[in-house]
Design a protein around this ligand. Structure first.
Ligand SMILES: Nc1ncnc2c1ncn2[C@@H]1O[C@H](COP(=O)(O)OP(=O)(O)OP(=O)(O)O)[C@@H](O)[C@H]1O
Length: 572
């Protein structure tokens, strides 16, 4: 929930804010000044990394507590154990404890990390523990050999192996390799001590003790590792089964695509048609909220009325026995416009014209039906691959659609509050006045501004200030932020951003015509789009289509999405 200190990312989300000049009404009505009712957050790749991040935090926290307990004991109640009087051991234990504490503290639960970084942290956590145990084991062997006996080194290694198996999401082969390396460490430690210490060698060669210690270590490590690998397999199988059980009627859920304010969006497949689709669902716990449900129904019913190919297509709408509402829409392989700008920066004028002209076409149909979208923002416009072409614009999320003739719907509006995305909200919407198609034209102007400059027209950090800025302030000219802004496109954007709807384009088709008359119109075509996706879509040179449809390496936080897919879904 956003507060007065909303982060910038909140501002692009759909929220309820008091209408400009109506903040008091919101307070008087007992509302918090800003209540987020919707927000886009993570996509699947986020989720993949998030599980590993959370598990690493938990594992390092547990290891931190364990090591700290031994450290404190060494100071507070040192035993006759030689280790507790050994400053090298203490320093090393303190160092590894600090690493664990640092990892648990620095891996923030809300940040997104690349998979490679997290794997690095994984190696740091378990690698530093392994170094500690090797050093500890080696020194212990030398000491006990001096006393005339040898001890098994297995207990700490078994703890480390089981911690790894339990916490780190993995496929069993990778887990087996890493845990086998851990299992071999105590055996190597014994062999190294044998080769380097005369006392150990003497003991090993002249007593039967060694055979027992070595054999017991081999057996314990082999047994422990086998159990741990079986555990990893079992955990993974259970997750897979739970995932496969996640079926919605005729649809099989495949992976989480992202989360919005109302619920989750999954990539799914129709069981009979084998057609990929995207399923948006509201969980039963959220379906109890009349406003959420009303917005969900509005979204699906409004979208279903539209047939333009630049509007996302709805296939189905339903409710499961457990009360989960869902609707099924066409799956859009590609990226939303905010993801493209986040990853690759502002777009060339020709591409902006190409994408916005298509969005105008989609909106023209909605406006012809008397619908105003009211939530136009870069996150709601997709550049998708459809019919073999790239950069096909698709308009989504008609959850705030309003008929120009519609009276206030009590489920969707609250007195003195306006709903929408503060970064892209027209002045009349911000004031809570009646809106018509020209409100969407204003929002399209904001989107074009964002695509051209990489930032929205107003950059306030608080929703209420943003709303006021749309009403009162004049946005900086895009050409002051970027050198190569074509004059014709800039004047179109500034006309869209006029405060008075009368000063904007009369309708989206007029806006489309103006865009098509720009000097850069037509420069971005099928081939340019294909080339862009080939260059930017798949840095790892995977097949372009697979890459786009899987969302792999296409989003900032993307990663090896398949490795722990079941885990993601379980968590989600
Ligand atoms: N048809 C689709 N095909 C592919 N991905 C989709 C599709 N619909 C939504 N998504 C992805 O799912 C994520 C969540 O979408 P959703 O519409 O729930 O949230 P949002 O639009 O970001 O938030 P909100 O609607 O609350 O403002 C989005 O980030 C989007 O990338």
């Amino acid at each position: 929930m956003a507060t007065a200190n909303s982060t910038e990312s909140d501002l692009g989300q759909t929220v309820v804010v008091p209408a400009a000049g109506n903040e008091r009404a919101a307070h008087n009505a007992g509302h918090k000044p800003v209540a987020v009712v919707a927000g886009s957050e993570a996509d699947f790749s986020h989720e993949t990394n998030n599980i590993l991040r959370d598990r690493l935090r938990q594992a390092s926290l547990i290891l931190f507590c364990g090591y700290l307990a031994f450290l404190i004991k060494a100071f507070v109640a040192p035993s006759k154990n030689f280790m507790e009087g050994n400053s090298f051991y203490i320093v090393m234990l303190a160092g590894v404890t600090a690493i664990m504490g640092l990892v648990a503290w620095r891996l923030c639960s809300k940040c997104h990390y690349f998979l490679g970084h997290l794997r690095g942290v994984e190696y740091l956590v378990f690698g530093s523990s392994a170094v500690l145990f090797v050093t500890f084991g080696y020194t212990t062997l030398l000491y006990t050999a001096g006393q005339g006996y040898l001890v098994p080194l297995t207990p700490p290694w078994l703890i480390l192996i089981f911690t790894y198996a339990l916490f780190i999401p993995n496929n069993w082969r990778r887990a087996a390799v890493i845990m086998t390396i851990m299992a071999v460490c105590p055996l190597l430690t014994i062999l190294v001590a044998w080769g380097s210490s005369e006392k150990v060698a003497d003991l090993i060669e002249n007593t039967s003790d060694f055979h027992h210690v070595f054999l017991e270590t081999v057996m314990a490590m082999a047994f422990g590792t086998a159990v741990a690998i079986s555990g990893v397999r079992l955990i993974r199988t259970l997750r897979t089964q739970a995932f496969e059980a996640q079926q919605l009627g005729q649809y099989k859920l495949k992976r989480l695509l992202g989360r919005g304010g109302m619920g989750e969006v999954y990539l799914a497949e129709h069981l009979m048609l084998k057609r990929p689709c995207a399923i948006k669902l509201i969980r039963p716990e959220k379906a109890g909220d009349p406003a959420t449900l009303a917005r969900f129904e509005q979204e699906v019913q409004s979208t279903a009325k539209l047939t333009h190919w630049n509007t996302v297509e709805i296939y189905d709408f339903g409710r499961t026995d457990d009360g989960t509402f869902y609707y099924v829409m066409e799956y859009l392989p590609g990226m939303s416009l905010d993801q493209i700008v986040d990853m690759h920066g502002p777009l060339p004028a020709s591409r902006i014209i190409h994408l916005l002209a298509q969005t105008c076409d989609a909106l023209a149909e909605a406006h012809a039906h008397g619908m105003v979208h009211r939530d136009i923002k870069p996150a709601n416009i997709f550049a998708a691959k459809r019919g073999g072409a790239y950069d096909v614009a698709k308009l989504l999320d008609f959850g705030l659609v309003r008929s120009v003739h519609q009276e206030n719907d009590l489920h969707l509006t609250q007195d003195g509050m306006v709903t929408g995305s503060p970064l892209y909200m027209s002045p009349e919407q911000a004031r809570g006045d009646d809106v018509d198609a020209r409100s969407d034209i204003y929002a399209l102007g904001c989107v074009a501004y964002f695509l051209l400059t990489g930032r929205p027209p107003f950059n306030e950090t608080r929703p209420i200030k943003l709303v006021l800025a749309h009403v009162q302030d004049i946005a900086e000219r895009p050409s002051t932020l970027r050198a190569d802004v074509p004059a014709d496109l800039e004047s179109i954007i500034l006309r869209c951003l006029e405060k008075s709807p009368d000063d904007r384009f009369a309708n989206v088709l007029a806006l489309r015509d103006a865009l098509m008359e720009c000097q850069d119109a037509g420069d971005w075509n099928r081939d340019a789009a294909l080339e862009w996706w080939q260059c930017h879509g798949c840095p790892k040179k995977r097949e372009l289509d697979t890459c786009i449809s899987q969302g792999i390496e296409m989003r900032p936080e993307s990663s090896d999405a398949h490795e722990v897919s079941s885990a993601e879904l379980m968590k989600a």
